[in-house]
Write a protein that binds this ligand. Structure first.
Ligand SMILES: Nc1ncnc2c1ncn2[C@@H]1O[C@H](COP(=O)(O)OP(=O)(O)OP(=O)(O)O)[C@@H](O)[C@H]1O
Ligand SMILES: [Mg+2]
Length: 164
């Protein structure tokens, strides 16, 4: 069981220096309450790290990558770069596939992400960002009844802010 909201927050905190080096920003939009998903925290963090790293490379200089956690267990990583062509949307999850062979990565991040998500019974896919860019979406099975129990707990403890 993982708190998707705090896992995303930790990953973003770790990547902020990289974003600053690259002259890009990262914005975190959290669901109004903790979102608890069925999955291993380290695995989910490594998937998010690769998605945000990719997005920071795609994002134009001075732009903002947005990471959003929704109450239904969907996590989005939104950039405003070149986007992913319709014809590449399956291939992009194959090992060693890179659109441009001159880029530095191994082309493994998304293949590993897909393995991890499949192992959790979740889904990963890519869409267009409205106005241009790529939006990667992850969906993890919510922790069903535990989610509600925990959410109710958290509601009575405190209300977290919608943005941080
Ligand atoms: N947000 C994105 N926008 C546009 N293209 C992308 C985006 N994310 C990934 N890609 C394309 O998909 C390819 C594969 O991504 P993947 O994360 O699997 O590998 P990588 O980033 O090249 O290397 P690695 O993650 O192993 O360091 C990238 O090389 C890039 O061409
Ligand atoms: Mg990558």
């Amino acid at each position: 069981m993982t708190r998707a909201t705090s896992a995303a927050q930790d990953v973003i905190e770790n990547l902020l220096p990289l974003a600053m080096d690259r002259d890009r920003f990262i914005d975190f939009v959290s669901a109004p309450t903790a979102v608890i998903i069925r999955g291993n925290r380290r695995a989910i963090e490594s998937v998010l790290t690769n998605l945000i790293d990719n997005a920071l490379r795609a994002e134009p200089r001075g732009g903002t990558v947005v990471t959003q956690v929704h109450l239904d267990g969907v996590v989005e990583v939104i950039d405003h770069g070149a986007g992913v062509a319709e014809s590449d949307r399956e291939k992009i999850f194959e090992a060693f596939w890179r659109k441009d062979e001159t880029t530095s990565g191994a082309g493994l991040g998304l293949a590993i992400a897909k393995e991890i998500i499949d192992a959790h019974g979740g889904r990963i896919w890519v869409e267009d960002t409205p106005g241009g860019g790529a939006t990667f979406k992850l969906w993890f099975p919510a922790a069903a009844s535990e989610t509600h129990a925990k959410l109710n707990d958290e509601r009575s403890l405190s209300r977290t802010s919608a943005r941080s």
